[in-house]
Design a protein around this ligand. Structure first.
Ligand code: COA
Ligand code: ZN
Length: 313
């Protein structure tokens, strides 16, 4: 990927929807996907393969994944918390599967009911299951959640995160994500950790997943960008949260993130005006849910010159 190109993965359909009260239909979710692709956002985490009794919103994950695969131009992925979820994602035909474990053992126990060490072993089983099924072309990403701190355990050491990154790479991860699940990160911490993560990962792609819980989400994007990260997760309208982060707000907002990155001279390929229209539709489906964002509130400045409009390739 060129140094001035940034990949944005929309996670509103996964991280965003996992806590909202209204259950969207599979057709609504697929309309959201189709319109994101038309707006130039071709990477979408479309669902999560968790048991429906844990997150009823994702009872339709098979249908959504299959529907997403039929959308031209879309690179659909899904989150999986365990081997069973990964098997379901493989069966649906997804070519990108994101596994997640937490650097904080306490968070991992709450989130997936096993220790971080057991989750690492589960990842090894997922890699083996993929390879044994002849699906070696399916990309398996591995994410480290609570990488900047945890609402339950508090401090998370850099060495713990770096150790996990090394272990996951060694186990066969095709991509690494570093997640500030509970919105504890600050730019100084991001620069410190991401520089060291990128030294370990070499040519393996690295994504940063930030939440804006304490208002530092976009500052953290700039810090990660300066550290060399060229891939970010974000969610339309900043939807989302974490069940284990009290007063959590959502992910960094896709519209604002695109605005920031394009203003920094980066090329995202995403049309902010088109995002605004999608946001309006999705917000109308989810009454009472908080949709935040500065661009939605104030509009684009007259002086804004997106890279795409400037003819950047
Ligand atoms: N999809 C569907 N069903 C699943 C499943 C999955 N990914 N994982 C387990 N199950 C089923 C099992 O088959 C079993 O069914 P049975 O009772 O009919 O035999 C049942 O669920 C219990 O399985 P078990 O392995 O004991 O799971 P668990 O109850 O310990 O739960 C997780 C473990 C990982 C499935 C659960 O904690 C989870 O979904 N966590 C994710 C939470 C989340 O979404 N967090 C936010 C994003 S990181
Ligand atoms: Zn998140």
């Amino acid at each position: 990927m060129k140094q001035d190109h940034v990949r944005i993965c929309e996670v509103g359909l996964r991280d965003g929807l996992q806590m909202v009260k209204t259950i969207l239909s599979a057709e609504q979710k697929l309309e959201w996907c189709r319109r994101m692709v038309a707006a130039g956002c071709t990477e979408i985490e479309v669902t999560s393969f968790v048991p429906p009794r844990i997150v009823p919103q994702f009872a339709d994950s098979d249908e959504v994944a299959r529907g997403a695969l039929a959308i031209e131009g879309l690179h659909a992925s899904a989150l999986v918390p365990n081997l069973k979820g990964a098997q379901r994602a493989f069966d649906a035909g997804l070519q990108k599967v994101h596994y997640v474990l937490s650097a904080s053992n306490e968070h991992n126990l709450k989130n997936v009911r096993r220790s971080t060490a057991e989750s690492v072993e589960d990842f090894r089983r997922i890699v083996a299951a993929r390879n044994e099924s002849g699906l070696s072309r399916v990309k398996l990403g591995a994410g480290v959640a609570t990488a900047f701190g945890c609402t339950i355990a508090g401090r998370v050491d850099e060495t713990t995160v770096l150790g996990l990154v090394e272990t996951l790479l060694d186990a066969g991860a095709d991509a690494i994500a570093i997640a500030d699940t509970v919105g504890y990160a600050n730019p100084r911490q991001v620069r410190g950790l991401m520089r060291r993560v990128l030294e370990l990962t070499g040519s393996t792609p690295v994504t940063c997943h930030f939440h804006d819980t304490r208002g530092l989400g976009l500052a953290n994007v700039v810090a990660a960008l300066e550290s060399g990260v060229r891939s970010f997760d974000s969610s339309l309208g900043g939807l989302g949260g974490c069940p284990f982060a009290p007063n959590a707000t959502g992910n960094i907002n896709t519209e604002d993130t695109v605005f920031l990155l394009e203003s920094e001279g980066m090329h995202t390929g995403i049309d902010i005006e088109a995002l605004a229209a999608i946001r309006e539709t999705v917000a109308s489906w989810l009454p009472g849910e908080p949709f935040v964002g500065a661009i939605a509130r104030a509009g684009l400045p007259k002086t804004f010159a997106p890279r795409a409009a400037a003819g950047a390739a």
